[in-house]
Design a protein around this ligand. Structure first.
Ligand code: ATP
Ligand code: MG
Length: 174
């Protein structure tokens, strides 16, 4: 899947609506400390269905909603929209919204859907929230510090061949 546009509103530090174009070839986001680089990557994971507050650096899921500052009141909801083109050429727009006290709601191309429907779309490890294509902060240092066998596993996951060993062992056993 080729990601297209990311729209955020009320998500973490992105309190005002903001749009980011994810052009082919984009490999990194640079900017001063605290400007929201990691928040952007977390927004991509979140709209794909990420439900672990820890991987959002949050205590609870509602913590992704703009919490307010000395000069701005907090928001009641956070919304992220991700558009993209699937490998079969179909256009896709996924929206996730969380409201205080009301949990998350999802829309797929404008239609209300269940979390499960979005999870199915991104179930493939190559496209989902845990895709090795999404390299978060500290991951590079982790790759460098890893033992050779661990590093090989990471590379195999990135190359999409991690499942092959299991299938080969299965085939050899038959
Ligand atoms: P670094 O270069 O240090 O890695 P970064 O660009 O990755 O920084 P982020 O971690 O994405 O920065 O953004 C951090 C900012 O987001 C902090 O100022 C933090 O207060 C703000 N932030 C996070 N969650 C919320 C929230 N729920 N409401 C308001 N601001 C938030
Ligand atoms: Mg960061």
């Amino acid at each position: 899947m080729q990601l297209g546009k990311l729209r955020l509103s009320g998500f973490k530090s992105f309190v005002e609506p903001a749009t980011l174009s994810i052009e082919p070839g984009l490999t990194g986001v640079v900017g001063p400390n605290g400007c929201g680089k990691s928040n952007l990557l977390e927004a991509i994971r979140w709209v794909m269905g990420e439900n672990s507050p820890k991987s959002m650096r949050s205590g609870g899921m509602e913590d992704v909603i703009f919490a307010g500052t000395a000069t701005r009141p907090p928001r009641d909801f956070a919304e992220v929209v991700l558009s993209g083109t699937r490998s079969d050429g179909d256009e896709l727009e996924v929206m996730r919204r969380i409201e205080r006290g009301a949990g998350s709601a999802y829309r797929l191309n404008g239609r209300d859907v269940r979390a499960k429907d979005v999870a199915l779309i991104f179930a493939d490890a190559a496209t989902g929230a845990h895709s090795p294509a999404l390299v978060s902060q500290g991951k590079i240092a982790q790759v460098i510090a890893a033992k050779p066998t661990e590093r090989r596993q990471m590379l195999e996951e990135a190359a999409g061949i991690a499942g092959l060993h299991v299938r080969r062992r299965d085939a050899e056993a038959k």
